[in-house]
Design a binder for this molecule. Structure first.
Ligand SMILES: Cc1cc2nc3c(=O)[nH]c(=O)nc-3n(C[C@H](O)[C@H](O)[C@H](O)COP(=O)(O)O)c2cc1C
Length: 249
């Protein structure tokens, strides 16, 4: 098979047809992986604002949000509030119904409801939060402190191939994947649907930012190792997939 054909093959349903579904980890009775990546109990966590308590999310009608959606690469230096961050995390990965420790329905769809993504925030300017890398805990609706890196702006700019607008954004969403969450059910057919899932998440972010006078830009151009190192993920069982800097416009 020619190289391009091999890569195109990844997009086809033909991959699924090669799988013996009686041999997947799920069919063999292996326990499902958890909804979210586990963390040490003593790690610092920050409570996010629950939906019922939001007061400063003005909203926007859906037709306008869709009609006016576009990518933004210039942002005001205005900080975000914790409430706005809570809203954007809920809109992109929030849980609307937890079924079990391995299954939850969220505000976005996912193949087989496997939700093989984790959300990290690179925070430069959010009121009340120190600069650093944080991870969203959708089950607890909290932020987990990953690191309080000081020269974050330079590091994320370098890790995104010198796209300087990213280092100027008050916050940047970085989605990683833990592929096994999807592979447990779909084996080698997992990877196409993980990529499809990431699209839904980022599109929800595009629409949600419109409700708070902000903008975003999908970013797939980045340096794999530098991004993974910045987030502190191993690059094998979890790695960076997609980014979206966010700022007021
Ligand atoms: C998968 C994907 C990857 C993208 N990667 C980048 C990127 O690395 N840098 C960038 O500036 N824009 C990136 N974009 C934004 C596109 O350039 C933008 O969506 C396109 O030019 C159309 O403009 P619009 O979003 O305003 O309609 C990406 C968009 C998508 C969907």
């Amino acid at each position: 098979m020619e190289v391009r054909e091999r890569y195109r093959y990844f997009l086809k349903d033909s991959v699924r047809l090669t799988i013996d579904f009686s041999l997947t980890d799920q069919s063999r009775g292996i326990a499902p992986p958890p909804i979210e990546k586990p963390y040490p109990a003593e790690t610092e966590r920050i409570d996010l604002v629950p939906r019922a308590a939001w007061q400063g999310i003005p909203g926007i009608d859906l037709l306008s949000a869709i009609a006016d959606r576009s990518s933004h690469r210039t942002f005001l230096a205005e900080p975000f509030t914790l409430e706005e961050v809570s809203f954007l995390l809920w809109a992109t990965q929030g849980i609307r119904q937890k079924v079990s420790d391995s299954t939850a329905f969220r505000t976005v769809p996912s193949a087989g409801c496997r939700h093989a993504l984790e959300t990290y925030l690179c925070i430069l300017n959010v009121a009340g939060l120190e600069q650093g890398i944080y991870r969203y805990l959708p089950v607890e609706h909290q932020l987990l402190v990953v690191s309080k890196e000081k020269n974050l702006s330079e590091r994320i700019t370098r890790a995104t191939l010198n796209q300087s607008f990213i280092g100027k954004a008050p916050l940047t969403f970085v989605w990683t994947t833990i592929p096994y969450r999807m592979e447990w059910r779909y084996d080698i057919a997992a990877h196409k649907v993980i990529a499809l899932d990431a699209g839904h998440v980022c599109q929800n972010l595009y629409l949600a930012v419109a409700a708070i006078g902000a903008g975003t830009c999908a970013v797939a151009a980045y340096h794999q190792d530098r991004m993974d190192e910045l987030l502190g993920v191993d690059g094998q069982d979890e790695f960076t997939l997609y980014l979206a800097p966010v700022g007021k416009i």
